[in-house]
Design a protein around this ligand. Structure first.
Ligand code: CA
Length: 393
């Protein structure tokens, strides 16, 4: 038997208990575990429950909120007691897998600072915010098959681009590869076609949150996005962190959203339309270059899910929706390099070099933490990715 020593300042104390899918050298079958301090506890072995002897969290998520709450209480008891041999692994001895089987993937655009900054860069001649922006959470459908777990290499995408002064489009590797620091929210229990999820029903449907990096090829995006929105400039890769922080762990992080003026339509209102006080950090080749705050995000996660379903669209276990790039009001709070460098005109210094967009070999690590009970912090872990050269087009 063994006991886990949980330091008081651990980002993975008993108030967090994020879920992930892991494998070990001696047992390469991916299965569900929970992170505690610098250890992973095998839940199939520890709780003797086959719902965790699965390569994704989907079967457990589908059980619903009552089961999530009961299981969380059982896990807290498990990890603070004596654990049998073979149920606990050091974090350095496990390989992490994609934690969920991603169903549909939608990405929103919920930061007013980001939407305004991008509006100024992409449409300098008009109002930065389009007329719909304060009436509904704007979003687009992304590609779920290219959602990958933290640590997966990102192949520089090929595509069409056409600069304002180019006479015709050219084809080749993107020269403006960028990141977007976001949170991703995961649907545990879906909704039938024809059924809308009100903001106050959010906790019955949303299982938890991850850090998300929406890799973006700005030159491909700028040429293709009119009039139907992002497509190949985004669909080549989206990375998520390996640990899913349960919604229950984020109760102390709840904050009001900024004042929403004009008042949203009734289907977007509710007591549960809170925001989250989550602090992110972006590291570029080991150097922290930005600290985006989640708290000023205009639209709340519950409003994004309510909007997704208000037309009767169905949702499923494993649906993932991104918040959109998280940017605060200051330059060093921007969640994308296109903003951080003013469209590439004002480079930032990374390890002594002037940089704008990503080069082959660059590594990006995004981390996030939130307040927990009694001054504790809740950690999300990280979402990491390294850029590797484009395939021959
Ligand atoms: Ca995005």
């Amino acid at each position: 038997m063994t006991r886990i020593d949980i330091p008081a300042d651990s980002l993975f104390g008993v108030e967090n208990l994020p879920y992930g899918v892991f494998a070990t050298r001696d047992n390469t079958l991916p299965r569900v575990g929970v992170r505690v301090a610098d250890y992973v506890v095998d839940l199939a072995a520890g709780l003797g429950d086959d719902v965790f002897a699965q390569p994704s969290l989907n079967p457990f998520m589908a059980q619903g909120a009552t089961s999530w709450d009961k299981t969380r209480a059982r896990i807290r008891e498990l990890v603070t007691g004596d654990l049998a041999e073979g149920t606990v692994f050091a974090i350095g001895d496990v390989t992490m897998h994609l934690p969920i089987e991603v169903a549909d993937y939608v990405d929103f655009y919920a930061s007013e600072h980001h939407a305004s900054n991008l509006g100024r860069l992409f449409r300098p001649e008009s109002d930065p915010l389009l007329p719909n922006w304060k009436h509904l959470p704007v979003g687009y459908h992304g590609r779920s098959s290219t959602v990958v777990v933290s640590g997966t290499d990102i192949i520089r995408p090929n595509g069409q681009r056409k600069g304002p002064n180019d006479p015709a489009p050219v084809f080749g590797p993107t020269v403006r590869l960028d990141v977007e620091a976001e949170l991703g929210f995961i649907v545990g229990v879906g909704s039938r076609m024809g059924e809308a999820i009100a903001p106050d029903e959010f906790a019955q449907h949303c299982f938890g949150a991850v850090i998300l990096n929406d890799w973006s090829a700005r030159d491909i995006q700028a040429w293709e996005y009119v009039p139907l929105g992002p497509n190949l400039g985004k669909s080549f890769a989206t990375s998520i962190s390996a640990w899913v922080v349960p919604l229950a762990a984020l109760e102390d992080a709840r904050v009001p959203t900024p004042v929403q003026d004009p008042e949203p339509l009734p289907y977007l209102r509710g007591e549960e339309a809170w925001g989250l006080d989550i602090q992110l950090e972006i590291e570029w080749n080991g150097q922290a270059v930005s600290h985006p705050p989640y708290a000023p995000m205009y639209w709340s996660p519950a409003q994004m899910l309510a909007h997704t379903t208000v037309n009767g669209a169905a949702t499923r276990t494993g649906d993932l929706f991104g918040s959109g790039t998280i940017s605060g009001p200051e330059r060093d709070q921007c969640g994308a390099f296109i903003e951080l460098t003013c469209g590439g005109k004002e480079p930032v210094t990374v390890n002594g070099e002037k940089r704008t967009f990503l080069e082959d070999g660059d590594e990006i690590i995004i981390t996030a933490t939130a307040p927990g009970p009694g001054g504790a912090r809740i950690g999300f872990g990280e979402v990491a990715g390294r850029v590797v050269p484009a395939r021959k087009g």
